[in-house]
Design a protein around this ligand. Structure first.
Ligand code: PLP
Length: 362
């Protein structure tokens, strides 16, 4: 192998946009209490696992899966109370749906717009799809700057806007009036990303009846099925059928379809877990609010954004890891996130361990 030749081949043929990206980094969590990735901390009880395995045992993998995942979509529509006239598009996580949306609008010079700090995949995927990327800064308190947002929408005319509600990593909602203003100012598609829908009372599905340019995206990841990778896009059948043209035919495997169908038949288990996580969130929030040297922001999600004293976030993060707790270090990820950390709500025991470790780490 000739290293120089390989380097120059890569430089010549891999696009500059791709070369400029970095791989999505997932830290090793082995042996740690994992509170860094907004997962549901609960595993299934033995009876549920046995029933699930029996189901998998009678599933055959020699055939391709149903490309339309019809049975699964029916169940999802029922559980999410999606009106009959709306359609679903399923993805390998909502990450894949973000990619499909970006590819569907991608022609030279077009723009994807979002707010920052926000979910990092919007930028990554926009750049992958060779789209221009515009980010409007939130206020220092992570509120939406609606004037700046509308004005940037007017000046950049984005083909696609992503707004996560609640927002990641800030955990807050921007308010329905503001969301309406964004949708009304947008010339193109607006996607409200409700990844954290299980932890909030806010619901943007009703707005689909009012706005032609709106799509709502959800995922089963945060509800308790992150390992299955199942994202859901909801909208008018005409949008969905355009996007369906670029979806790879068998993007949701048969084991995932069968497992998700099984899990949804036991949806009350997940509802109880997420309700419990919501309660836990309020408890963790109250405890964090009482810790000197920590500032927290309200959260409608299964995580909490907090700020340490100036210059201390990395040290706190590392001390927590030494004490066996992995959370997310956000300092350095965005100007507004200086000294910030994000913790995912875990089981009561995990939350206790986190709070105790945090107090000992400050
Ligand atoms: C706002 C938001 N959207 C989408 C995702 C991706 O979810 P999925 O696991 O369905 O790809 C995340 C994951 O953290 C997220 O925070």
């Amino acid at each position: 192998m000739n290293d120089k030749n390989l380097d120059s081949l890569i430089e010549r043929w891999i696009s500059p946009q791709v070369r400029g990206l970095s791989t999505y980094h997932v830290p090793d969590a082995s042996g740690l209490v994992k509170l860094d990735a907004m997962e549901n901390p609960y595993i299934w009880d033995d009876a549920l696992v046995r029933e699930w395995l029996a189901q998998l045992g009678s599933t055959h993998v020699n055939r391709y899966p149903d490309p339309e995942a019809k049975a699964l979509k029916q169940q999802l529509k029922k559980i999410m109370a999606v009106p009959d006239h709306l359609e679903l598009l399923l993805g390998n996580g909502s990450d894949e749906l973000i990619l499909l949306l970006a590819l569907a609008v991608a022609t030279p010079g077009r723009t994807v717009l979002t707010v920052e700090p926000g979910f990092t995949m919007y930028r990554q995927i926009a750049l992958m799809a060779q789209l221009q990327y515009e980010a409007v800064s939130l206020t220092p308190d992570f509120e939406l700057d609606i004037k700046a947002t509308v004005s940037r929408i007017r000046s950049t005319q984005p083909a696609l806007i992503f707004i996560a509600q609640p927002n990641n990593p800030t955990g807050n909602l921007f308010g329905e009036q503001n969301i309406r203003q964004i949708i009304e100012a947008a010339p193109g598609i607006v996607v409200i990303d409700e990844a954290y829908t299980a932890f909030t009372d806010s619901d943007h599905l009703p707005l689909l009846a009012e706005y032609d340019n709106l799509l709502v995206m959800r995922t089963l990841s945060k509800t308790g099925l992150a390992g299955l990778r199942l994202g859901i896009l909801i909208g008018d059948q005409r949008w969905i059928s355009e996007l369906n043209k670029i979806r790879l035919p068998y993007n949701v495997g048969v084991l995932n379809q069968v497992s998700a169908e099984f899990a949804l038949r036991h949806y009350s288990v997940f509802e109880a877990q997420t309700a419990n996580i919501r309660d836990q969130r309020d408890g963790v929030m109250a405890e964090l609010s009482g810790i000197k040297g920590i500032r927290v922001w309200p959260s409608d999600a299964n995580f909490i954004l907090m700020r340490t004293r100036q210059g201390c976030a990395r040290q706190v993060f590392e001390r927590l890891r030494e004490r066996g707790v992995l959370i997310k270090l956000l300092d350095g990820a965005h100007l507004l996130l200086q000294d910030c950390l994000r913790v995912t709500i875990g089981t009561p025991a995990e939350n206790r361990q986190f709070i105790d470790a945090l107090k000992a780490s400050l």
